[in-house]
Design a protein around this ligand. Structure first.
Ligand code: NAD
Length: 356
């Protein structure tokens, strides 16, 4: 059956990079990929047109689609608006509205770009790890929360780290499923020595592991995981962790690679529907100049093929095509180094299509 993709370019470089990703999807359609694409507005573009960063109608179209491809939102034009209609609110609304609880953040360092990392090339070259972050629970959402004034007049601030067993179970299953599609190694990150809720997390992950006998499971305390990520990141295949730990570790892992324009991401619901987007923002400093690196968005398409459209062979092809253009020495300005050929956004997209 024909799968439907809702394309939401957003703002700033979102428009330019998504156009290149769409070229890649069009090329795959000619090779038999059975998808239909439709476009919608999100972020500042939607606020300009409809007075809000994501309309209920667009959210309904996202619910009806099999996958959403998003560029980026935001920019100086909308920064002084009330918080409720700022572009970023559109992102929160679509993530919550689609119940995207599993956030996949790969950190891949192509050997061709090993010099871009601040770590020694031998530590990071060839790095390929995936952090699975729980996205809709934990301390960012737990109740009670707030700041209160105590009897002695001093203020007291508090947030609550809370997970139900079913929330842990679904993120664990999501991570095991992903490990099965990769290197079959999963490291669950917690703070079970101090926090009871993550002691329970560990127990639930152990229980789910029985359904995945092929996956080698390990556990690590979050402080050690942070240390290991910068000491020897290649020891990891898939890591799974709570919302807050994942927030921090995934940004650290992303920066191991040194190139924000290269990193895709996915957020999945329980049924495999996903939203796919580069991890970077709308880059207003370079928007409209044809300078943006479209590879993070093109690699997001590869993730979409693998995790929502069930086309792993096509996902491999897209990833290989990206490697090929890097081998050819083509570089956008953000990943440029001496001796390479500097290209713009469209030229890079065309090169990937040609390599496909
Ligand atoms: P940013 O990621 O947009 O840019 C940071 C730096 O990286 C800039 O110098 C930019 O030019 C560069 N960069 C980013 N993507 C690039 C690419 N594909 N190719 C080449 N260079 C690239 O972060 P920021 O400057 O902090 O934020 C700009 C706007 O984006 C803000 O409005 C912010 O709220 C928004 N934002 C949106 C998202 C999202 O849509 N998911 C994420 C982060 C920030």
């Amino acid at each position: 059956m024909t799968k439907r993709i809702l394309v939401l370019p957003g703002d700033g470089i979102g428009l330019e990079i998504v156009a290149e990703a769409v070229k890649v999807i069009e090329a795959l359609k000619q090779d038999g990929l059975d998808v239909e694409m439709e476009e919608g507005l999100i972020g500042g573009a939607s606020t300009d047109a409809h007075g809000e960063p994501l309309t209920d109608e667009t959210l309904e179209r996202a619910r009806a689609a099999d996958a959403v491809l998003l560029g980026a939102v935001g920019g100086p034009k909308w920064e002084s608006l009330p918080i409720a209609i700022r572009p970023e609110k559109g992102l929160l609304k679509i993530r919550a509205g689609l119940e995207l609880f599993s956030n996949l953040r790969p950190a891949i360092l192509y050997p061709q770009l090993a010099d871009a990392s601040t770590l020694k090339p031998e530590v990071v070259s060839g790095l390929d790890l995936m952090i699975v972050r729980e996205l809709t629970g934990g301390i960012y959402f737990g109740q009670p929360r707030g700041v209160e004034t105590m009897e002695n007049g001093e203020r007291r601030g508090f947030n609550t780290l809370v997970y139900t067993e079913s929330e842990v179970e679904r993120i664990a299953r999501s991570a095991f499923d992903i490990a099965m599609k990769r290197g079959k190694k999963l490291c669950s990150v917690d703070k079970a020595n101090v926090l009871e809720v993550t002691e329970m997390w560990r127990e639930v992950v152990e229980r789910v592991a029985k359904d995945y006998p092929e996956v080698e499971l390990s556990h690590m305390y979050v402080d050690n995981a942070a240390m290991q990520l910068v000491r020897a990141p290649k020891q990891f295949d898939v890591m799974v962790t709570t919302n807050m730990f994942g927030d921090i570790l995934s940004d650290a892992a992303a920066m191991l690679t040194g190139s924000i324009g290269m990193l895709p991401s996915a957020s999945l619901d329980a049924g495999g529907k996903g939203m796919y987007e580069p991890i970077h923002g709308s880059a207003p400093d370079i928007a409209g100049q044809g300078l943006a690196n479209p590879l993070a968005t093109i690699l997001s398409v590869a993730m979409m093929l693998r995790y929502s459209l069930n086309e792993p062979a096509m996902a491999d092809r897209v990833e290989k095509a990206v490697e090929q253009v890097l081998d050819q020495g083509l570089r956008t300005a953000d990943i440029y180094s001496e001796g390479c050929k500097k290209v713009g956004t469209a030229e890079m997209g065309d090169a990937v299509v040609a390599a496909l």
